[in-house]
Design a protein around this ligand. Structure first.
Ligand code: 13P
Length: 340
């Protein structure tokens, strides 16, 4: 394992206030999002949409790396140029989603375990050879009555750690994503407790599997009340509780924390990231960055609608959200940016 190479990539992924763009939706997730907007759910529509994203002019000014899906990493632009070549020319590091999805955890109604460890070593070697330099694995934790169980948290944390160790062996920086979902009626305080418990377990397992903390990125949820909780939280409350949870649980050796957006609007995700960086940046041991899918892509998808004539406007919307998050990392995002 070339430790220095891993450290260099991890640092590069969160350098210069840039962040990650997750565009690794599985075919079924991508198709669901297309169906909602009346976009055909075809291989060609998915390819055209991903081409739109990666050919957005100046994207590399705010995005350090993109997370691709197995179908996408092998695709080309309509003119035959491989997507990986386009990304290389834009100075964007390619990453790859390597889990194969969250499946029902046996004997645990309502809980999931992420699968994909079998055969992973060989798949990682292939992705490295293709040019990927980082990978992603998402674990899903639901909050509800009597859940999450300790066994669900431990099983997912262990899978994340085994994946991370295999990634580093293959020369790929692991993005470790334990997502506590926003669905439900739970309070901010409940999400806080669960998130801390999950992160504590994740780092116990990462250490146990001998993962080089300097050569990984953590991708957590922000601490938020459930979407159906009657008491929603202010930007300040979210900022304080999220950063304090991370300060208690994430070792200083980790170079970067890149949040998922999890269903927040683009504006709220930027505002919250901005507030965290304004209030806490001077005393944080790690970079606080972003690795958003919906909070960057959604406005662009709603403009595109599968129409070639909408590509330019969709790319502008995508670039706008990416730049808002670049500004948020520097504590320079303002609501005014949304009106210009
Ligand atoms: P969202 O930002 O839409 O939550 O997606 C991030 C991601 O990569 C989920 O795995």
């Amino acid at each position: 394992m070339n430790e220095q190479a891993l450290i260099d990539i991890a640092i590069k992924l969160v350098a210069d206030n840039k962040g990650l763009l997750a565009m690794d939706e599985s075919n079924s997730t991508c198709n669901k999002r297309f169906a909602k907007l009346g976009i055909p759910q075809t291989l060609e529509a998915r390819r055209a949409y991903r081409e739109l994203i990666i050919t957005t002019p100046s994207l590399g000014g705010s995005i350090s790396g993109v997370i691709l899906y197995d179908e996408t990493i092998r695709q080309q632009k309509r003119d035959g140029t491989p997507f990986l070549k386009v990304l290389g020319e834009a100075g964007i590091i390619p990453g790859i989603k390597v889990d194969i999805g969250a499946k029902d955890l046996a004997a645990h109604p309502g809980e999931k375990i992420t699968e994909g460890l079998d055969g992973l070593r060989v798949r990682l070697q292939e992705y490295f050879q293709m040019g990927a330099r980082f990978a992603k694995w998402r674990a899903v934790i639901s909050i509800g009555e009597g859940i999450p169980s300790r066994s669900c948290i431990e099983a997912n944390a262990q899978a994340l750690a085994r994946y991370a160790a295999l990634c580093q062996e293959a020369g790929l920086v692991p993005i470790v994503e334990p997502e506590v979902l926003m669905d439900g009626e739970h309070t901010l305080e409940r999400c806080h407790k669960v998130t801390e418990e999950v992160l504590r377990n994740v780092f116990i397992q990462l250490n146990c599997q001998r993962v080089l903390l300097e050569g990984m990125i953590l991708k957590p949820n922000m601490v938020l009340p459930g979407l159906s909780c009657p008491k929603q939280a202010s930007v300040d409350e979210v900022t304080n509780i999220t950063v304090n949870s991370l300060l208690r649980t994430v070792p200083a050796a980790v170079p970067g924390i890149a949040f998922l957006s999890g269903g927040q609007s683009g504006e709220l995700a930027s505002a919250r990231l901005n507030a965290m960086n304004i209030r806490f940046k001077s005393r944080l041991p790690w970079a606080l960055a972003f690795s958003f899918a919906r909070a960057i892509q959604q406005p662009a998808l709603e403009i595109w609608l599968g129409q070639e004539t909408n590509v330019k406007a969709a790319q502008q919307a995508l670039l706008h959200r990416a730049r808002c998050n670049l500004a948020a990392r520097g504590g320079e995002y303002t609501a005014k940016m949304e009106r210009t």
